[in-house]
Design a protein around this ligand. Structure first.
Ligand code: UGA
Length: 356
């Protein structure tokens, strides 16, 4: 653990800046902080579609983090900076790798340096993708641990790992500033957080391929087959956004305990194959619309779906022992319980397509 003695504590009147707070994770976090904390919050993002709320304690700054002076100002004015800006959609890793490296590493180097020189607490959102692939000896119960797991990437021409590598390098930069320059920091590694208002729906309010939840919802709402990449055999552990935000609030409120720590936040109880996820979603859709035709599924190769350079991890289960100990926290929402409110949110916002 990196050591730091001049520790900021979070208290009323303190100012928190959430970079990228208009996105999926950030908008849920900001809404919670406004409801339950006394802090002044500035959100910096290029769009606020998911953050329509207003409050005298909320300032929305519409800007990119690369805009001249923005990082300089917020690291002067804020006591705590959450860093959530990222290009985190797997379909972009092998199609826009240069942008992936810039947005997930290069653009954030000045933030780390300024938080370090000004001794501002940095809570950085990294990713479970830093663990990369499963080791050759992997067994189905094996979890990914912050303290002991290797970070294993594929070869360079498998551009899928560009994102993981960029995020890992930023983690190492933050770690080095913490250890050698007393940067107060906590790194969070989210594991497949899902919830209402997650990604756009392709062909409706965005183009390309969003993450799996939105792909499946789009298919359900427009009566298209749910596409299972390589048959949907790979596995993910899904955590509900509310459980995730509970953990982040604890991290904010426990600066000393979380100082210099890297913390997995996920739900190991919700480890399912992507095919099982599809089946759960179809089941809920069928109970919601019993008169509609049964949604179908189709297997598709990774190359057909993502193009060359894609690669995948077979299974990703978080070891959350550290989070449980440091945060007195436990994720409680099962996959079955979280899917209905998520689907309702999308149905309410988008409705069913006319093609039905
Ligand atoms: C992604 C991002 O890389 C990370 O930024 C992020 O941390 C992580 O999600 C997360 O949400 O925590 P990944 O889990 O691969 O990683 O993202 P998805 O696009 O949701 O894919 C999950 C699995 O579903 C993959 O095996 C993918 O091939 C498959 N998939 C995706 C389908 O079978 N069908 C689809 O329509 C879309």
């Amino acid at each position: 653990m990196a050591q730091h003695t001049n520790q900021n504590s979070t208290h009323p009147g303190r100012r928190i800046c959430v970079l990228g707070g208009g996105g999926f994770l950030g908008s849920h976090l900001v809404a919670r902080l406004l409801r339950t904390s006394p802090y002044q919050i500035e959100v910096v993002d290029t769009h606020f579609d998911r953050l329509s709320m207003t409050s005298p304690r909320l300032v929305k700054t519409q800007s990119s983090v690369t805009e001249q002076g923005v990082i300089d100002r917020v690291t002067q004015e804020s006591d705590v900076v959450f860093s959530l800006t990222a290009l985190c959609n797997p379909s972009l890793y092998n199609t826009q790798p240069l942008q992936v490296i810039e947005e997930n590493y290069t653009h954030l180097v000045p933030l780390v340096e300024l938080c370090s020189s000004r001794q501002r607490r940095l809570i950085h959102f990294s990713t479970c993708e830093v663990y990369g692939k499963n080791p050759p000896s992997h067994n189905p119960q094996q979890t990914m641990s912050e303290q002991t797991s290797p970070l294993l990437l594929g070869p360079v021409h498998k551009e899928r790992w560009t994102y993981s590598c960029a995020k890992q390098l930023l983690e190492r930069l933050i770690w080095a500033h913490g250890t050698h320059r007393q940067l107060p920091f906590t790194i969070v590694r989210p594991f497949n957080v899902i919830g209402p208002q997650m990604d756009y729906l392709p062909g409706i309010d965005g183009e390309g391929v969003p993450r799996v939840l939105a792909c499946f919802i789009k298919a359900l709402l427009s009566s298209e087959p749910l596409q299972l990449v390589n048959g949907g055999v790979n596995r993910r552990s899904f955590i509900y956004i509310d459980d995730f935000v509970d953990a982040i609030v604890q991290i904010l409120e426990r600066p000393r305990r979380c100082q210099g720590e890297i913390i997995n936040i996920g739900n190991p109880a919700n480890d399912v194959s992507i095919k099982e996820l599809a089946q759960h979603m179809v089941e809920h859709y069928r109970s919601r619309y019993p008169d509609h035709p049964h949604p179908s599924m189709a297997s598709v190769s990774e190359r057909q779906f993502y193009g060359p350079g894609y690669d995948d991890v077979e299974q990703r289960i978080p070891d959350i022992t550290k989070a449980q100990q440091l945060l007195d926290w436990e994720p409680t929402t099962s996959l079955r319980a979280m899917l209905p409110p998520i689907l309702e949110d999308y149905i309410n916002r988008y409705g069913l397509s006319d093609s039905r």
